[in-house]
Every structure is written in C-alpha cells, then in structure tokens.
Design a protein around this ligand. Structure first.
Ligand code: ZN
Length: 285
C-alpha cells in the first residue's frame, strides 16, 4: 500500500512530460541479456542492471521496495547467484530506484557504493526536502564506499565510471562503461535522470528542494551535452523505449545501439526543465 500511495502521489504531481508510468513500477518482467555481460533484471517500468564478471557481479538500482524479490528471482533465472553480487550501485536516492537496495544488500552481502550527495538520503531512507511525505520513504541502506566524480568501480576486469550529475537528486550519479555489442566495443551510459518530477526549484515558503539545485541542473545539462554514448539506458524503462528495443532484439543489429539517443533525451529534458522553472518562478512571485 505504501508503494501504491507513493505512486499515486507522484502521478498526481508529475504531469504529462514525465516519462514514468507508475502502473508498471512493480510489474514483474522476464530478465534478458542486453548484450555481452549486461542484463536487464528490473521490473516492467523500473530499471535494474546486472553486470556479470568472473569475480562476482555488479547490480545498479533496486527499484521500488516490493521489487527486490523479483530482482533476485530474475538474477537466478538467468543462471547467476544473487550471493555473487558484490557491489550495489544507485542512479539516485529516490524510493523508486533505491527502495529495494536494503533488502538486496542484506540478501546478497554486497557492498553499497554511492555519492556523498545521496549518502544521507540512502542511509535515512528519505527524500531530502520531502521528509514530511512518509510515502516517499524507503528502507535505509548503509553506504560502504563514498564515490567522487570520475571515480572508477572495478570488478573482475569490468570498469564503470561515476559521473556526478546532480539536480534530480543532490547526488544523482550517471554511469558509463564499455560493452561489446555485435562484436564491437560500445560506450554505455546509464543516465541518472534530469527530470524535475517532485523537485521544488524555487519556492516562496519552503525554499528549494536543496540549496543550489537550479545551478546543479544547469551544470548537469552542460556536462551531459559534452558526453557521447552509443547505448542509452535510464532508470525508467519508458525513457529509453525498453519494451520496443527488447521486442527487436535478435532480429538485426542490436536495437540498444543508438548514438543519437543521449543528446535527444538531454535536449528534451532541458526543455521540460526550463518550462518547469518558469512555471515555479511564476508561482513563487
Ligand atoms: Zn527520481
């Protein structure tokens, strides 16, 4: 019920430009291989990525709290052991992407790595600036290693790079890593998110979601515009047309390869941000 009420609250505030479709956040989905050692183990609406290595595995994002069991089942269904997950990573500390992490950590024994900006939110299980909205809370998860911008996470010959892209959350972390697709090494980006969603950018009475949030969004848009990627992935399945690409897997060149997608997603997100900022500034007058 907690998930449902949070879902309804988000849906009410999000509006038509938000990519999320809360109805499918907890809906189970058959796991599958995107390419090489990268697998999708999330729900129909919320991404969870498994990167396998000979020394154990890396799992990025835990979806909503009720999804943790399904994520574990998905890992097992692919033939991997949940106990072999050694490192847990997070795009950002919001309940729809970090909600399952505490249970996944307890059950796998993995270490949790996260940015300084999201550490407090993860360790208290709250949405900073909305501490009064209890339906946005999630089970707290202890952070074992704090990541800085540009830090590398290495395991079994796999290297992921953390790029701090704050705004959507104070410690929003975008991940990049190489991946062999159709015999060629491609660059993958797991875009943290740059939507405004529930965030107060400006507000007369409550102040911004967190100090400096607008400047953070602007710097993040500039940073993402300077980045290149061949494979674009994101925490919400709709944001990278997961269902469509999955349906086309195996019918020709890998549909997850689309070097134009990052720039298009960032441009569209920036337009939405500017509209939301203007609207909030008007309302705060
Ligand atoms: Zn979020």
């Amino acid at each position: 019920m907690r998930v449902l009420s949070a879902v309804l609250a988000l849906a009410a505030v999000a509006g038509p430009t938000m990519a999320a479709d809360p109805a499918n956040w907890a809906q189970p989905m058959q796991p599958f291989r995107i390419a090489d050692n990268l697998y999708y183990v999330g729900t129909a609406g919320l991404t969870s990525l498994l990167i396998t290595t000979p020394k154990g595995h890396i799992l990025i994002d835990g979806a909503v709290p009720v999804a943790a069991k399904g994520i574990k089942a998905n890992i097992a269904a692919l033939g991997f052991k949940p106990a072999d997950v050694k490192i847990l990573l997070n795009s950002h500390a919001h309940f729809d992407h970090s909600g399952g992490l505490a249970e996944l950590k307890a059950d796998t024994g993995a270490k949790m790595f996260a940015s300084a900006g999201d550490k407090a939110a993860l360790e208290t299980g709250t949405y900073p600036g909305w501490e009064d909205r209890k339906h946005l809370d999630f089970a707290p998860v202890k952070v074992d290693r704090v990541l800085k911008d540009g830090d590398k996470v290495e395991l079994g010959g796999v290297t992921l790079t953390a790029h701090l892209t704050p705004g959507h959350s104070a410690g929003c972390t975008t991940w990049t890593f190489p991946l062999k697709v159709d015999g060629k090494v491609r660059q993958v980006i797991y875009h943290c998110s740059t939507s405004v969603a529930l965030n107060r950018l400006v507000s007369k009475d409550k102040g911004p979601q967190y100090p400096g949030i607008v400047g953070d969004y602007l710097a993040t848009f500039a940073k993402l515009k300077a980045m290149k990627a061949d494979v674009f992935l994101a925490p919400h399945a709709e944001s990278f047309r997961l269902a469509d690409k999955r349906a086309r897997l195996g019918t020709g060149p890998n549909p997850f390869v689309d070097p134009s997608e990052l720039a298009a997603a960032v441009a569209s997100s920036e337009r939405d941000f500017n509209k939301a900022l203007a609207k909030q500034q008007e309302a705060a007058r």
